[in-house]
Design a protein around this ligand. Sequence first.
Ligand SMILES: [Fe+2]
Ligand SMILES: [Fe+2]
Length: 273
Amino acid sequence: MVQLKQEKQYNRPIQIAEGIFWVGFHELGYDLNCNPYLITTPGGEAAVIDGGSRPDFAVVMTKILQTGQDPDLINFLIYQHYDPDLCGSLPHFVDMCDADNLSVVSHPANNIFLRYYSGPQHFRRFISTHRDGGTLSISDRRLRFIETPYCHTAGSFVTYDEQTKTLFTSDLFGSFTKEWDLYLDLGDDCFTCSNHQHCPKGRTFCPLSGIISFHRTIMPGGKALAHAMGIIKKLDIELLAPQHGSIVRERSRIYALVELLEKLDRVGIDNLC
Ligand SMILES: [Fe+2]
Ligand SMILES: [Fe+2]
């Protein structure tokens, strides 16, 4: 039987920046965890980013309620691509939140597929990230949508919160790891180390190993990944919040990771031909 991670601090929502909460969870023994996020405002309006899978919904919604958020004031469900690990609970959110206020926000190339998660009666809820010039205002908070095509779907994008300089990156910066923790823990010399199998410093696992294997497996090719990193490195980022793996909060680590992934070889189809 799968055992929920029992660490006290991860049984509750965790505020990772002003008004932004991690509402995900991790199952021991699995090498992939999912990180839905709740973005709140002082007036009560809110958005959920990459809300999670169908089986995760009870835990995610419980954590949203624990933040004090009224589900009827969740106005936006943002989906940065269309995989079931982030979209599977879409119909549950629609059922739970106030139908009149709720919009589903994604890139038009994703909306084609996202509609299959809900019935036709909800099609009017789907709005494009292109509306309002690629921005979305939630009360006085402004989000910017930045396209990262083919990382890993045609309509993939990342979302930048101007207030806290948090970048929500969906599958980018994700990781396969059984040694999950909420925040990425890297040493100063990790980025100059090439031995990702056996840590020269004696750590039991290498945090970069899971990130590298994730991108080599999930991303379609190095060209798409380098293109996305070229866009992301121009942003002023204080916090990286991926949909899998761990949050990155030190600026030097963030930009070192961007550089590592920009140059990563053997990504996707590149490893085959
Ligand atoms: Fe995905
Ligand atoms: Fe994912």
